[in-house]
Design a protein around this ligand. Structure first.
Ligand SMILES: Nc1ncnc2c1ncn2[C@@H]1O[C@H](COP(=O)(O)OP(=O)(O)O)[C@@H](O)[C@H]1O
Ligand SMILES: CC(C)(COP(=O)(O)O)[C@@H](O)C(=O)O
Length: 300
């Protein structure tokens, strides 16, 4: 930890996409995705310090354990910034490469910290974090969602903050749950999906965009998850039966994370049922709340 106190505190919500359509453009700032996802708390918490020379850079702590090497997205970000000029410590409440868009949260937190000390606008910093995500192959729509969205977000125009258009809808649940099935990088996921991604996601996204609601999002994202093979069939059956029993409003999976939204008033019962399911399948259960705000930054 640097000797002086921190200058800024940055908070970035997590994001789990349920549907996405990559939009590739010659320029990384314009590349992105159309799609929809849920923004979740707790998110990444970062402390920003002034630094000199070898002190500058980032430290990423995952569930209390400092990781040995910085995620690749930070190498891309620093290349765009001409090297680090701040010391940023980022605390993540979830692991990397599961599906919580942890890589984007780290990039955005570090970019916001760098911007604050350099007098750069937050929007420009967020655009650089987006470009770094695209260059690293770790995300397309996560930075825009985290910078602009809250609750349920729909990405209506692709690209970096400044170009993307994001519509947000409040999520009427105090608690949401996630189950972790293992690790999968974004690169592995896209390699596995190949051309099927467009065929599976496009009609579902079009239906959601016509009549956006949490229920429709969950229905379309669940359908996509099962078609894409993110949810093992036995687990999908068990989750569907919790929906049929009225405990869950819905669920979906992306990469190796399942998000389950309880029915209004059934949060405790849903948690008990998910705890049993997690035990049976040897999975990690986490509790979240819908993020009420996008990225925030304040003096320490
Ligand atoms: N223990 C680790 N230390 C450093 N980097 C890691 C570690 N585990 C995963 N990574 C990197 O973190 C990034 C995770 O990004 P991504 O696959 O998009 O997943 P996420 O959904 O968490 O953003 C990848 O670049 C991956 O190589
Ligand atoms: C799906 C993804 C391309 C990657 O998301 P993650 O695996 O969380 O890094 C995301 O950025 C999106 O555009 O929706």
């Amino acid at each position: 930890m640097p000797a002086g106190g921190c200058a800024y505190r940055v908070h970035v919500p997590l994001h789990v996409t349920g549907l996405w359509l990559p939009v590739w453009r010659p320029v990384r700032r314009e590349t992105g995705s159309l799609g929809a996802g849920l923004l979740l708390e707790p998110g990444a918490e970062a402390l920003v310090y002034t630094c000199s020379g070898g002190d500058c850079g980032a430290e990423v702590v995952v569930e209390g354990e400092r990781i040995g090497r910085a995620p690749s997205v930070l190498e891309e970000l620093w290349r765009l910034l001409g090297g680090p000029r701040a010391r940023v410590t980022v605390d993540l409440p979830v692991p990397l490469a599961v599906g919580y868009a942890a890589s984007a949260a780290v990039a955005l937190a570090v970019a916001a910290g760098e911007a604050a000390l350099r007098g750069m606008s937050l929007e420009e910093a967020a655009a650089l974090a987006h470009e770094a995500e695209v260059a690293a192959g770790t995300g397309l729509g996560d930075v825009a969602a985290m910078y602009m969205g809250r609750g349920l977000e729909l990405r209506l125009a692709p690209g970096a903050p400044g170009l993307a258009r994001v519509a947000s809808y409040p999520v009427p649940a105090r608690r949401l749950y996630s189950l972790e099935l293992g690790r999968m990088t974004t690169e592995e996921m896209h390699r596995g999906l190949g051309d099927r991604l467009h065929v599976l996601a496009a009609p579902r996204l079009a239906r959601l965009a016509r009549r956006p609601s949490l229920e429709r999002f969950l229905e379309e994202a669940r359908g996509f998850s099962t078609e894409a093979g993110f949810a093992p069939p036995r687990l999908a059956e068990a989750l569907d039966s919790l929906v049929d029993a009225g405990l869950l409003l819905g669920w979906y999976a992306k990469k190796k994370v399942v998000v389950a939204v309880p029915s209004p008033g059934a949060e405790d019962e849903a948690r008990d049922a998910l705890e049993r399911l997690a035990g049976e399948h040897g999975l990690k259960l986490r509790s979240h709340s819908p993020a009420p705000a996008p990225l925030t930054i304040q003096p320490c």
